[in-house]
Design a protein around this ligand. Structure first.
Ligand code: SF4
Length: 768
């Protein structure tokens, strides 16, 4: 049947072979660029530079958060090397090595700018921040506190996100506090909270070393989390019988080296997972003792029985859904058996799951497969969502910088949580608004229709990253817009009334949290260029000018961290035992970590590891306690797919999916300014399957016009024989090919994340 997956050889794959295969799939040629070849994923291990000093640090680009050594000479960065003691085991990818170029990045923003007569002109900090404070105050007086907003980023330090959230919630008095995690990972955050009662994953990166089945869905870690994926390959190649299963419509770099590639029809992930669950139940592959002790079932409105769950699954028998999924029934069965029968299965997923219409249900169901098979809460087993940004977890989720969230799992709409935060922040009762703020796309809608009249955007580039961008860019035209960024030119800066220069990487100090609840410290080593400042200083200055300086007695990154750590106390996030000083002496600590001598928690909900496991559950319940739920049982939901909103038609017969490439980070704001990375990734393009290209007379190198229901775009094409016919891929890093002009912006009901992974399109060759 169409879309029958390619089966890769399961014999061991050497790292070198992997690099070669991956290089041949989507990367550039083999011409040497600096110290590494353009086809290579990892920087070669470098000797320590003989002169100067070396400092331990982290790469704060992707959610892997690799440990690094920074070699310095006379105050300059002269080299970056992987830290052998860190979880990345000395490896860094090409982006990490090019961190050494960041301090000299071209196009750095070095002075504040104010728009005058339509043009951004240099200004002093005093002029710029006085104007910001004045305009914000005017809006607050004239239109109320909810007419101002903050939009942050998973690339800011935890301390910055926490301070911004505190300023806007407790100072200004609005919950219009959100950030770009709303464009993706919030779906997984909501799903974890629904299933376990608490956000963030149960397991950790070290589980990779113990797994023998890697179930990778909607993620391409070979390109997006390369050092972690190298660890996956190392385990697969050293453990007899270990297997990588990749679920992805694309023949991604990950799929190409997987043992089993399920090239599903885009958007059918939930059908596949339900079908796998049906097989697991029908063939009695579930762990009945684990289910009995630790799992509850719920149809979304009320508790139901395990029998009811199995009845619900009947309509997902593989034969009933194989045509929709595009995978033969027997292959679905084999995959389900592989998942259930392994010694330890770990699931890894990312934006491909988070950015679809049924995102939360898919993430729920991933956890459900682990719960019914008992592949959780032991080494090598568990559902582990991968965050794309370096601090999407700590900065936006833990610090309370999403519209509905106060710090450390507290909720805006919960009066007790608000009262608790008012006491911790020492502000009068009733200071915190009970009204949930605008989240993500709602915020930009509100800017467009005038409900939000002034906004501060920090470390994000929504003018390019938002789906259906032409529509939402209109929203950016209207409010008084303050943009804090590190480079002069971004699409968002084009709308700024005030543009403020920020420090990056080791020009500032702060804590980042990786995908597995691991906090790591980034220490300041060099000064930012020109007049650029740490975002923390910018926020303190703005707070003073807005009359809220008294809220902030902690004024250093370390002190702000200590305040947030104390706010985490008495919550299940408790990281009050973590300090900057402790982090400086180690390769990170995972919370919960409630005391200064606690070693951190590798696996949550497990007695002897997680300090919150209740005594009553230690012995009689196998030492597992899903304490986020009152009865100690995690919830498996009965989740049926919703009717798709974005469908193909005669006018739009193909499906567009977007993603990242190895050499570029996010919208390329930093990495596309680095010549070696820019050259290696080449220009943005559309990747079209040969079966779709040939009838249209299209070949590699042609230019095509791609049209969706939201807009059209012209760009170069690469024709491929791999992957699924009918699916077109485009990376989103290249400003010259802003693919979010085409993507869809309907939201997942639970998480507010747009379903931008899938857009119906037409393609035609451009002949002139
Ligand atoms: Fe590691 Fe990610 Fe940085 Fe590459 S970009 S060095 S994988 S943290």
């Amino acid at each position: 049947m169409s879309g029958e997956p390619k089966q890769n050889a399961s014999n061991p794959t050497s790292r070198r072979r992997f690099l070669k295969v991956a290089g041949g799939v989507g990367l550039a040629g083999t011409a040497a660029l600096g110290t590494w070849g353009a086809c290579e994923i990892f920087a070669p291990k470098q000797p320590k530079k003989q002169t100067g000093n070396t400092h331990r640090s982290i790469c704060n680009l992707c959610g892997t958060g690799c440990g690094i050594h920074v070699d310095m000479h006379e105050g300059n960065v002269v080299g970056v090397r992987g830290d052998e003691q860190a979880h990345n085991r000395g490896l860094i990818c090409v982006k990490g090595e090019m961190l050494r170029s960041l301090p000299d990045l071209s196009g750095r923003l070095e002075r504040p700018k104010i728009r005058k007569d339509g043009v951004l002109a240099d200004a002093s900090w005093d002029e710029a921040l006085s104007l910001v404070a004045e305009r914000f105050q005017e809006v607050i007086v004239d239109d109320g506190t909810d007419a101002v907003a903050y939009y942050g980023s998973g690339h800011l330090t935890t301390e910055v996100s926490y301070t911004a959230a505190k300023l806007f919630r407790a100072g200004v008095g609005t919950n219009n506090v959100d950030g770009n995690a709303r464009l993706g990972v919030n779906s997984s955050a909501v799903a974890y909270a629904q299933s376990f009662g608490l956000d963030e994953p149960p397991g950790c990166f070290e589980d990779v070393d113990h797994a023998d089945c890697f179930f990778i869905v909607g993620a391409n870690p070979a390109a997006c989390h390369p050092t972690l994926f190298e660890r996956v390959l190392t385990r697969r190649d050293s453990k007899q019988g270990a297997e990588i299963v990749c679920v992805d419509p694309r023949a991604s770099e990950t799929a190409m080296v997987s043992d089993r590639h399920l090239s599903i029809t885009p958007g059918t992930d939930l059908l596949l997972l339900n079908s796998m669950a049906q097989v697991i139940c029908a063939e009695s592959l579930y762990d009945s003792e684990f289910v009995e002790r630790h799992v509850a079932f719920n149809d979304g409105t009320q508790p139901v029985t395990f029998d009811a769950f199995q009845t619900f699954l009947e309509s997902y028998r593989p034969e009933a859904v194989e045509t929709q999924i595009g995978i033969a029934a027997e292959r679905i069965r084999e995959t389900a058996r592989r998942f259930a029968r392994s010694q330890a299965t770990i699931s890894l997923w990312s934006a491909g799951v988070n950015q679809q219409a049924d995102a939360v249900s898919v993430a729920n169901m991933l956890s459900a497969l682990h719960l019914i098979t008992g592949h959780i809460c032991r080494p090598g087993a568990g559902p582990l969502s991968l965050t794309g940004q370096a601090n999407a977890a700590g900065g936006l989720r833990d610090a309370g910088a999403l519209a509905e969230r106060l710090p450390c799992g507290r909720q805006v709409e919960n009066a007790e949580h608000r009262r608790e935060m008012e006491q911790l922040w020492q502000v009068p009762d009733g200071t915190l608004s009970p009204t949930r703020g605008f989240g993500g796309m709602e915020l930009f809608e509100a800017m467009g229709d005038g409900r939000v009249k002034a906004a501060l955007i920090m470390g994000a580039n929504p003018a390019r990253s938002l789906p259906n961008s032409a529509r939402h860019r209109k929203g950016l035209e209207k409010p008084f817009l303050v943009v804090v960024d590190v480079v002069n030119q971004t699409e968002t800066a084009e709308f700024a009334d005030v543009l403020l220069p920020a420090a990056l990487w080791i020009e500032k100090q702060g804590v980042f949290e990786q995908s597995d609840r691991r906090y790591q410290l980034l220490d300041k080593r060099i000064d930012p260029p020109g007049e650029a400042r740490d975002e923390l200083d910018i926020l303190f200055d703005l707070a003073e000018r807005l009359g809220h300086g008294a809220l902030f007695s902690a004024r250093s990154a370390s002190d702000v961290w200590n305040e947030l750590a104390s706010v985490s106390k008495n919550t299940r996030y408790d990281f009050s035992g973590i300090t900057h000083e402790r982090l400086r002496d180690c390769q990170g600590l995972r919370w919960p970590c409630p005391t200064p001598d606690h070693p951190g928690t590798s696996r949550r909900y497990v007695a002897g590891d997680d300090p919150f496991v209740r005594d009553s559950n230690r012995a009689e319940n196998g030492g597992i306690d899903f304490y986020g739920q009152a009865d100690g049982k995690a919830i498996v939901f009965l989740r049926a797919p919703n009717e798709p909103i974005e469908t193909t038609s005669e006018d739009f017969p193909l499906q567009l999916t977007t993603g990242r490439v190895l050499e570029q980070w996010q919208t390329g704001t930093l990495t596309n300014h680095i010549p070696e990375l820019k050259q290696a990734s080449r220009d943005g393009h559309f990747e079209l399957h040969e079966q779709d290209a040939t009838p249209l007379g299209i070949k590699s190198g042609d230019r095509v016009e791609v049209t969706s229901r939201r807009g059209n775009l012209v760009g170069p094409v690469r024709v491929s024989t791999a992957g699924k016919p009918g699916v077109v891929f485009a990376p989103f890093y290249d400003a010259a090919l802003p693919v979010n002009t085409l993507t869809a912006d309907h939201l997942n009901n639970s998480s507010g994340v747009p379903a931008l992974k899938l857009a119906a399109i037409s393609v035609k060759k451009v002949t002139t």
